[in-house]
Design a protein around this ligand. Structure first.
Ligand SMILES: Cc1cc2nc3c(=O)[nH]c(=O)nc-3n(C[C@H](O)[C@H](O)[C@H](O)COP(=O)(O)OP(=O)(O)OC[C@H]3O[C@@H](n4cnc5c(N)ncnc54)[C@H](O)[C@@H]3O)c2cc1C
Length: 380
C-alpha cells in the first residue's frame, strides 16, 4: 500500500497545475512536496505575460494558446487573481525580422494583425517608432501576478483534496514492486506515480534514477522603472532589443530580459539582478520611449528558468515505474504550465492527449546528452 497515489515534487506553477489537473480528473490522493514556500522561485518572480507572441519563437500553437487563456480566465473567476487585458505586440526592427513576422503571420491561425511601424505609432503614441518596421498585434493578451496565480491554482487543488507538505525531497528511487520511493528531510514515502516539477532542480533529482535531462538552468531578469509621468505601454515583446515591457497598474514600467546564456547551478544561484542587465535597461529604455528618458529604477531581480534544446518543455514519463517530469519551460512556464498540467493528468489517467504530446516528450531528442546553446524565449 503506497502512502500516496501521486507525489508531485515542487510547488511552483508547474507542480500546482499538475495538482489542479490531477484532482480535477478525479485523482485526489495527491501530495505536493515543496522545500520552500510555494511560488517562491521562478513562479513568484516572473513577468506574468500571457500572450501568444511568446510562442512564436517555437512555432504557432493556437490550440494550446486557447486552452491557456481559458485556464487563467477560469482561475480568475471568484478568486484574488486579476487579469490585466491589453493588446500584445511583437515588434520587428529590421528587414530580417519583418520577413520572420510575415512568415509567422501567414502560418498562425491565432487572430492577429500585421501592422506597419506608423500604424503601431498611431496605436501606441508613447513608443518611439522611427526604427520599427512592422509588428504583430494580438487583441486581448493579458498579464497577471504570477505569485497570486500560482497560489490560486494550488489552493484550488487543495480544495479538491491535494495535500501540500513542506518537505525537501532528497532522493527518488524506483522499487521492484513498481512503486517509487521519495525520501525527504523528514522520512520516506511511496507512490504509484511521481511527477518531478522542481523547476531548475529537476535535472539533479532525476539523476538519482539515472535519467539525463537536456535541461540547463539559466537566469531571466526584470527591472521596474518609475517614469515620473504617465506612460501607456501595452504588452510588448521586442526581440531585436532582446527585451519585453509593459505599463503596470501603478504606473511603473516593467522591463524584462537579461536572459543568461550560461548554465547555472541552482544551489548557488543569486536572485540579484546582474550589473550588465541594469546597464542594458538604462541604455535601451530611452530607445523605447522619450518618456523613459528620466526614469528611475525602483526594483530589479533575477529568477531561474530552465532551457531545453528546442525551447519546448519536457512533459511526460521518464521511467516505467510511473516517474514523470514537468519542467524546462524556457521562460514561458506561467503560460505553458496550464497545458503541461493538463497533459500530465491525461497521461496518468490514460486519456487521449488533447495536445500533441510528442512535442513535449522528454525523450524526443536523439542525443539528449549533446551540448546545446541556451536561447532566450523572446529571441526569433
Ligand atoms: C524574470 C522572469 C520572468 C518571467 N516571465 C514570464 C512570463 O512573462 N510568462 C511566462 O509564461 N513565464 C515567465 N517566466 C517563466 C516562469 O516563471 C517559469 O517558467 C515558471 O515559473 C516555472 O515554474 P516551475 O514550477 O517549473 O518552477 P519553479 O517556480 O522554480 O518551481 C519549482 C519549485 O520546486 C521546488 N523544489 C525544488 N527542488 C525541490 C526539492 N528537492 N524538494 C521539494 N521542492 C523542491 C522549488 O522550491 C520551487 O518552488 C519568467 C521567469 C523569470 C525568472
Amino acid at each position: 500500500m503506497n502512502d500516496f497515489e501521486v507525489i508531485i515534487i515542487g510547488g511552483g506553477v508547474a507542480g500546482a497545475s499538475c495538482a489542479y489537473h490531477l484532482t480535477a480528473a478525479g485523482i485526489e490522493d495527491v501530495a505536493v512536496f515543496e522545500k520552500d514556500q510555494p511560488a517562491s522561485k521562478a513562479s513568484g518572480r516572473a513577468a506574468g505575460f500571457i500572450t501568444p507572441d511568446q510562442f512564436l519563437s517555437t512555432g504557432t500553437h493556437p490550440d494550446e494558446h486557447k486552452y491557456i487563456i481559458r485556464f487563467w480566465e477560469e482561475m480568475a473567476q471568484d478568486s484574488k487573481l486579476d487579469l490585466h487585458y491589453g493588446d500584445a505586440y511583437t515588434l520587428a526592427r529590421d528587414a530580417t525580422s519583418v520577413t520572420y513576422l510575415e512568415q509567422l503571420h501567414e502560418e498562425t491561425t491565432i487572430e492577429s494583425h500585421l501592422l506597419t511601424g506608423d500604424e503601431i505609432g498611431d496605436r501606441v503614441p508613447a513608443l518611439i517608432t522611427d526604427d520599427i518596421e512592422a509588428g504583430f498585434m494580438f487583441e486581448n493578451g493579458f498579464s497577471l501576478d504570477p505569485y497570486t496565480a500560482t497560489v490560486t491554482v494550488l489552493e484550488d487543488a487543495i480544495c479538491e483534496g491535494a495535500d501540500v507538505l513542506s518537505e525537501s525531497v532528497e532522493s527518488i528511487d524506483t522499487l521492484a514492486s513498481g512503486s517509487t520511493r521519495v525520501t525527504t528531510s523528514e522520512r520516506s514515502y511511496t507512490a504509484s506515480a511521481v511527477i518531478v516539477a522542481a523547476g531548475a532542480w529537476s535535472k539533479s533529482l532525476v539523476s538519482d534514477i539515472n535519467v539525463s535531462l537536456p535541461l540547463k538552468p539559466r537566469v531571466s531578469q526584470i527591472a521596474m522603472l518609475d517614469p515620473g509621468q504617465t506612460v501607456e505601454l501595452p504588452l510588448i515583446n521586442d526581440p531585436d532589443l532582446e527585451l519585453y515591457y509593459r505599463s503596470e497598474v501603478n504606473g511603473e514600467i516593467l522591463i524584462g530580459g537579461g536572459t543568461g546564456k550560461t548554465e547555472l547551478n541552482p544551489e548557488t544561484f543569486s536572485s540579484t539582478a546582474r550589473e550588465e542587465f541594469i546597464q542594458e535597461v538604462a541604455e535601451k529604455a530611452p530607445q523605447i520611449s522619450d518618456q523613459l528618458q528620466e526614469s528611475q529604477m525602483t526594483g530589479k531581480w533575477g529568477g531561474l528558468c530552465s532551457a531545453t534544446p528546442d525551447r519546448h518543455p519536457l512533459v511526460g514519463e521518464i521511467h516505467s515505474n510511473g516517474v514523470y517530469v514537468c519542467c524546462g519551460f524556457n521562460g514561458e512556464g506561467i503560460m505553458y504550465s496550464a497545458v503541461a498540467g493538463h497533459l500530465i493528468a491525461e497521461l496518468l489517467t490514460g486519456a487521449t492527449p488533447t495536445f500533441d504530446a510528442d512535442i513535449f516528450a522528454p525523450d524526443r531528442f536523439e542525443t539528449p546528452e549533446e551540448d546545446f546553446e541556451i536561447r532566450s524565449a523572446i529571441e526569433w
